[in-house]
Design a protein around this ligand. Sequence first.
Ligand SMILES: Cc1cc2nc3c(=O)[nH]c(=O)nc-3n(C[C@H](O)[C@H](O)[C@H](O)COP(=O)(O)OP(=O)(O)OC[C@H]3O[C@@H](n4cnc5c(N)ncnc54)[C@H](O)[C@@H]3O)c2cc1C
Length: 429
Amino acid sequence: MSNEAAVAGTEQSVTEVAGNGAGAEGPKFTLELNQDQKDIRDWVHGFAEGVVRPAAEEWDEREETPWPVIQEAAKIGLYGFEALGQFFADDTGLTLPIANEELFWGDAGIGMAIMGTSLAVAAIFGQGTPEQMGEWIPQCFGTPDDPKVAAFCSSEPDAGSDVAAIRTTAKYDEATDEWVLNGQKAWATNGGIADVHVVIATVDRELRSRGHAAFVIPPGTKGCEQGAKVKKHGLRASHTADVHLDDCRIPGSCLLGGKEKLDERLARVREGKSAKSQAAMQTFEASRPTVGAQAIGIARAAYEYSLAYAKERQQFGKAIIENQAIAFTLADIKMEIDAARLLVWRAAWMGRTGQKFENAEGSMSKLKAGEVAVWSTERAIQILGGNGYTREYPVERMHRDAKIYTIFEGTSEIQRLVISRAISGVQVR
Ligand SMILES: Cc1cc2nc3c(=O)[nH]c(=O)nc-3n(C[C@H](O)[C@H](O)[C@H](O)COP(=O)(O)OP(=O)(O)OC[C@H]3O[C@@H](n4cnc5c(N)ncnc54)[C@H](O)[C@@H]3O)c2cc1C
């Protein structure tokens, strides 16, 4: 091959490859946000800065759901199914994590009071029929004048990490075409104060997690009551409580996905074939990058605060940031946050574009972001010294809030289990 031909050949292959990447429309891979993404980011940031932050300390101390803030969010269209739909509509998948990062940058407790509903919505969206989505998702949010919240109830006193150990039962009553639920749910965000509860229950305990199904408990259903409200280390503006289900009867139509689909799935499992879906696990898989983005919001808030403080605070006649020990810590915090965000964006993009999480990339994103949030907020306290340890400064609240991100939606250990199994194919224990 002549040099010219070789060059021409190279050009051709570049062009062919560029069919996927570059070309008339420009490069496909970009980290530059489009105008819609920037607009939503700035809009949520404005709300976080103007409404959420000023209220953060008060609601953390009160340990109550900040209904007035939820109402404000609903009034401007930030809390509601249209907003969530708008975030989700972005086919790059990035808008949902971007919006979450901004809101939780404002405050994580209030952020969770606003976003807690979305876990129940994700379950309905992931497993419901179109009719069920149309009926229940709007009810999860209520209206701007009268907003409501929803709860997703999977965990139980003896079934946290071990989701398969769920004991809450759902029995079908053919005579009335109703499901009867019995059991106790633990640590449910919005549990008992929600209008709509989505409950994971077992219809066949022998099948472990493959015998689970998700049910909607409509507002005001008898036999669905709040148990003890949990007093927490952080995220205190978000309500967490047990939920008791005592002969709780719901219409047959409240089984997400419908009975026919469930019966088909159970039959497949009993025949030894693989089940395509496991109710709780599906919800978690879809929501992990979003949860990671919330952790990044907290970490970024602590980073920004401690950076500004380090430039201001004088000791030994100079700003403390002039010491490498402080400056390098801040450099590491910034780098870790950016690295975590890239993992979150990758997983969100993969989820939205239907790529298979071959290496548990969703779990990776949540694991990294959660650990970065805990570490960064702890370092931020150190940078603020004594002030960092007091309630006069926000970084101790951020640290308390961050800690939950290595626990809920799968602990860090469970994420490592999921990742190690995915990369090795070995049933690591
Ligand atoms: C504020 C808050 C909000 C929550 N919101 C919700 C909600 O809305 N809905 C819901 O369903 N649940 C919710 N949860 C529950 C949460 O998901 C669980 O707490 C979590 O899954 C861990 O379960 P556990 O607490 O029972 O811990 P355990 O499972 O008892 O774990 C205890 C420790 O053992 C480790 N461990 C367990 N198994 C293994 C293993 N195989 N290998 C290595 N280490 C292991 C864990 O990593 C952890 O460190 C919430 C919890 C909190 C605190």
